[in-house]
Design a binder for this molecule. Sequence first.
Ligand code: OOG
Ligand code: MG
Length: 253
Amino acid sequence: MIDVERLARDLDAALLAREEIAPLRKTYGDFDLETAYRVQERGIALRLSRGEKIVGYKMGLTSAAKRAQMNLDAPIYGVLTDAMRAGRELRVAEGVHPKIEPEIAFVTSRELRGKISRAEALAACSGVAAALEVLDSRFVGFKYFSLPDVVADNCSSWRFVLGPVSPPLDTGGLRMRMLVDGRVVQEADSNSISGHPLESLMQLAAMLDAHGRSLPAGSIVLAGAATVAEPLRPGIEVSLEVDALRAVRIRAV
Ligand code: OOG
Ligand code: MG
């Protein structure tokens, strides 16, 4: 029997101590995806007990590039709290081995529940923004080899930053360019995210529903990275330019 509380506490302790731990399945044996989401939920409860507030969700492994980079093959979701939201600067030393990736974020103004159409998803958005997600796994060397491990670890969530929020628009077929110190390092079409970024929002509503939950109005939703993630080193400035949206940038110190 997997002790959900124990796994959540191991991960939480690693997060607080900025320490790497072995993948949970190595230490505790196999557990399934449903158990992993329960560990994730318990880990979030620990964060909430420290005063953090849930501000939204992130979808992960929604692009072929990310699935190949992580060698995993199904979309997953994690929770975003206010403490994960970064401003203009980010302290690399507060993490273990952070990586940064280009995303699109939606801001919702209506509750979403269950299976919804693309039109319903769009109608529920009050805004859209270019976003950068900074991942940081609790596992040694950022390697975990299994979906349950990464889901339990809140899908490697660590920090995120949104660019200026624009009114809702069609986020399909937009060119996305991630730059490090002004040089393009990753480039993709926004449709490499789930075929269309809105599909990520629809998938999230369906996945939450399968866990008896809905997506509250006022949520921030990261649609998942369009390309592989790049290492975040102190001193670099990373920006993301997305056609039709305003750019987002962050400096790593
Ligand atoms: C898992 C999280 C993936 C994305 O956008 O695909 C993710 C990981 O890469 O460790 O956030
Ligand atoms: Mg991501």
